[in-house]
Design a protein around this ligand. Sequence first.
Ligand code: RUQ
Ligand code: CUA
Length: 655
Amino acid sequence: MKKIALLSSLILLLTGCGNNNSGSSGAMSSSAAEKVYVAPGEYDEVYAFLSGGFSGQMSVYGFPSGRLLKVIPVFSQDAEKGYGYNEETKAMLNTSHGFIPWGDSHHPDLSQTGGELDGRWVFINENNTPRIARIDLTTFETAEIIEIPNSAGNHSFAITENTEYAIAGTRFAVPSPQKDIALSDLKGNFKGPLTFLSIHPETGIMNIEFQVIMPGFNYDLAHPGRDKSHGWIFATTYNTEEASTLLEVNASQNDKDFVTAINWKKIEEYVKNGGGEKIKARYAHNIYDEHTHTATTTMKDEIITVDPSKVPGAIYFMPIPKSPHGCDVDPTGEYIVGSGKLAAELTVFSFSKMMKAIEEKNYDGEAYGIPILNYDAILGGVVQQPGLGPLHTEFDGKGYAYTTFFISSEVVKWKLGTWEVVDRQPTYYSVGHLMIPGGNSRKPFGKYLVAMNKITKDRYLPTGPEMNHSAQLFDITGDKMQLLLDFPTIGEPHYAAGIEASKIIPNSKKIYRLEDNKHPYAVFNENDTRVERNGNIVRIYMTMIRSHFSPDNIEGIEVGDKVYFHVTNLEQDFDVPHGISMLGATTSELLIMPGATKTFVWEPKEPGVYPFYCTDFCSALHQEMQGYIRVSPKGSNIPLKWGLDDVYKMLKQAK
Ligand code: RUQ
Ligand code: CUA
């Protein structure tokens, strides 16, 4: 009874974000308008990569204007770009469970060198079917997706400061390895695997090096140490109660949960020296090759697991009040901010004090053999009464931290070291993550702050029961944060990563060079375009260039054929993609970048004459960019013919 009462008051609290429109006059002063104005044709200062949450994708914005620059398909099929629909990219969505057309993307993180953003890759984790993706920032395309086996709810995710490792921690404790266990036997029998993937310094390719089999708590968010704390990873846990039901009550019983501190260098060394245990674990590793324009899946079946008790001195628990969510390390690497969602204050740990407590073995008991450090000994400071429901913290590099408060719906600025609150600004509504470009590196670009809000309500023109999530841009150069801009987001932005545009622009690719195209079905010359039959498999080797396809007339296709359109875009000009789609094809269009080759399959069901056309308005004669395919009844043995006007002696015939 008491539990239920607590529950309903909690719900009230959590949804009581209000509807009080801030009004447009206050926020949109003329100075704010000036600050977000990027004149037509001018460039933004910053790229921001926002996760798409339940859209499974990542969106790219320019700031300060808030222009949506691109949506990069990552974990979900995307009909606009043909991603996950065309034959070349389907493999990106393969997993040990088969082809999965959707994912839940959470926390983007940019590659770093020496603790500074280097603009090479942006990584993002998938929460539902645990995976990590790497996006190449020369092409803004997903280059790799690796599945995390023996894990669930890949939520705590971070990249170390030299991009040595990606860490992927399970948000849901699971049996390890998976097996059939009664849910009432959860406690003590489930595990919390934390997976460490190395990242190749040149290619970026990820490899699962080891998995630390932690106690069966929920590992929520992770942050790497940096500078002096480089070599450590910090991850929050909740549900140290190990409840399996009504977690909103049952996982809020313990006064304190933990921030886990892991010395990954120690574990790396232990594994290098032959430590750890190989176990069977099936997982997919999908890599997109920019030269063949094709993704391939390799199924793997083994990982190395590490039992924490075998590596003494590598793992500690730091007790922290009340179900912490965010876990953020300041640019100097000294302070670790843990956000107890239900705590009245914000707890900040000191890395030097943590090292001292470890040295002095200043423990407060242990959990599953892992020492619990003495809370008072490692406490760096406490921010008193900062707000309600702290979630995430970022840093401006000038000694200030900015924390979001979900329940009181605000961003609070406070000073590292003195712990005093210096400013607070409301957010509309119920802010989750926030992002300062480079805010999780050694060198933040402390000019802008983006707050990502969970509830939109009356901020925009109503669009039926569902409103897109909203984000807000603040100027943080002054003493007080200044709200500059509201903008809607794609899906739910759990976190974002921002970087100065100057670090990306010089490497951004303009075309794919035809001479680098190694696609097995590419053709580079209209004279080589052709149609080939092998049984009921028909392959069309087609090209596209402004403003025609070659061939554009094809005969000899029969009902029951499986027709592959292998289409190469011969353009070598920046931003001239062509599209192609076929009446009745049960897949998306192909949108083909200059110099690339892509494929779709069409299985005609009825005799007739069917048009295909270019789907991207590419020239004044785009409407003329079309063609026909004649489909005859099965077994009619009409010879294959194809052609393009009389330039190629209309209707060449298969020999
Ligand atoms: S979560 S609102 Cu997926 Cu990053 Cu904290
Ligand atoms: Cu090519 Cu429109």
